[in-house]
Structure formats: structure tokens, C-alpha cells
Design a protein around this ligand. Structure first.
Ligand SMILES: [Zn+2]
Ligand SMILES: [Zn+2]
Length: 71
């Protein structure tokens, strides 16, 4: 598989969308594995993996999106 940006051999795959990227085009971003309430239940805690590979193209949202009800 080749890099999405430059068509050179890819060295990583975006954690978020699956696009392949080479070393020079790969970026990193925190990836939230799961979100759960803390013991006090007043705040949500997140289990985060730092520096996961990100392609720089797709747009991971910082929070879950509401899904509008479809008729
Ligand atoms: Zn590239
Ligand atoms: Zn991506």
C-alpha cells in the first residue's frame, strides 16, 4: 500500500480512518479507547493512547456525535 499523500511506500496506517501514510506524512494524535464515569460520577474519564498514527486527512471528532433520528 502507498502513502495517501505522496504515493511512496507507506509505513503506517491511520488509526482513525485506515488511510496508509509514509513516515514523513504520518502525524500523531491521542486516541480515546474508551470513556467511563469516575467514582464521583461527576466527570468522565477517558482511557487514552497517546501518539497513535493519524493521516492528517480525516477528522476525528473530540466527542461522540449525536446521531439524528432518521425517518
Ligand atoms: Zn507520504
Ligand atoms: Zn485518517
Amino acid at each position: 500500500m502507498n502513502c495517501w499523500h505522496c504515493d511512496q511506500p507507506a509505513q503506517a496506517v491511520c488509526r482513525f480512518c485506515g488511510r496508509a501514510v509514509c513516515k514523513s506524512h504520518a502525524q500523531t494524535m491521542n486516541y480515546i479507547v474508551s470513556v467511563y464515569p469516575s467514582e464521583s460520577k461527576k466527570v468522565l474519564k477517558s482511557l487514552v493512547v497517546a501518539d497513535t498514527v493519524y493521516c492528517g486527512v480525516c477528522k476525528p471528532q473530540p466527542e461522540p456525535l449525536e446521531t439524528p433520528y432518521l425517518d
